[in-house]
Design a protein around this ligand. Sequence first.
Ligand code: CMC
Length: 381
Amino acid sequence: MSDEVHKGLDDVVVAESQLSYIDGENGQLLYRGYSIQDLAEYATFEEVLFLLFEGELPTKEQLDEFTATIREERSLPDDVIETLRSLAAVDAHPMTALRTGVSALEPHDPDQRLDPDRNVALSQGRRILAKMPTILAAYERLRLGKEPLDPHPDLNLAANFLYMLTGEEPDEIGAKSFDQALTLHADHGFNASTFTAVVIASTRANVYSAVTGGIGALSGPLHGGANQDVMEMLIEIDENGMDPIEWIEEARSNGERVPGFGHRVYKVKDPRAEILQERSRELADVGESKWYDYTTTIENYLTEDLGLTENGIAPNVDFYSGSVYYQLGIPADMYTPIFAMSRASGWIAHVLEYQEENRLIRPLSKYTGETDNEFISIEER
Ligand code: CMC
């Protein structure tokens, strides 16, 4: 057996999957064979959820039934709201509130046992996905000293989230942009959080544990946390009246990475960033243009003037999502939880797929420590 260490598991293939295909050299992303561009343009997030879980796009009747099931599951138990209230009182990050909120849902699930079969895992997954937007919107309102709003019976998942968050029904461009953003973040191969969820589920733990673990993995700045960092960079530039290039130069001279740039798999511009850039531009056309202007100035400087793309460092999905969300009135620390609320669909779909032919994931580490230490009693140490 080879004891070669694959740090970061770079280029190591650990499973087969039919969920998402990524061509990092050509900037292509497919979900179950459909291009991300077509899905973002023509399908709703609910259709994408159905596609990921069931393997095919739904008929109208299937979509209506699936959507109705999700809508029935959106409300939160009172004690989960009280848990969120106590987290708001100590100003916890919304990602903490989401992770804790999902965990707190488990005792309310009628199928809360370990080792769930596919139907139980699917029902648990649907319940979690239905309730995650409600957790986040409720948390945002609670920390503003307002009471959570009940889900709107007539709105889809994306529009209902914006409604529960702001108290206002979004306009068409806002609802469509947000729905597209959810679609674009839904799945992305065996990224760190998906792998985490699958590792957890490979022990036959249930979907609540898998999703809770996925949220933890996504929270880091090298993964989902970058979208908040991008927006905070733009806000800092704006508040200090800085030239965006000056900010970048300062960060680079301190050896910092530019958030929203670079990707382990993409060596060209992330196709999701292309679509979100377009949404950011459209929102800028009807609102404030400065956020879009800062991002394009930074992108042009890094790619054209400094030639970073030649070294495979290009804008990733997080680079333009922040300015889209900000223009929809969403505060920066909600962006990573929003990523989680979408990516949970990918986590759950991968869990369902992996558990069909489950094998406990149990890699090895190469021991590099001592082997012949003599035990010394505590009195003599
Ligand atoms: N800004 C400046 N230089 C960078 C950046 C960046 N954002 N990203 C990578 N590099 C450089 C890095 O310094 C290194 O240079 P050198 O070889 O001279 O030391 C080289 O590129 C390779 O870096 P790496 O860390 O080996 O590359 P990786 O494939 O492990 O990095 C990454 C992927 C996402 C961790 C990294 O690009 C990064 O830290 N980006 C900033 C954070 C970010 O935007 N994360 C979101 C990723 S996309 C959404 C998601 O999947 O969650």
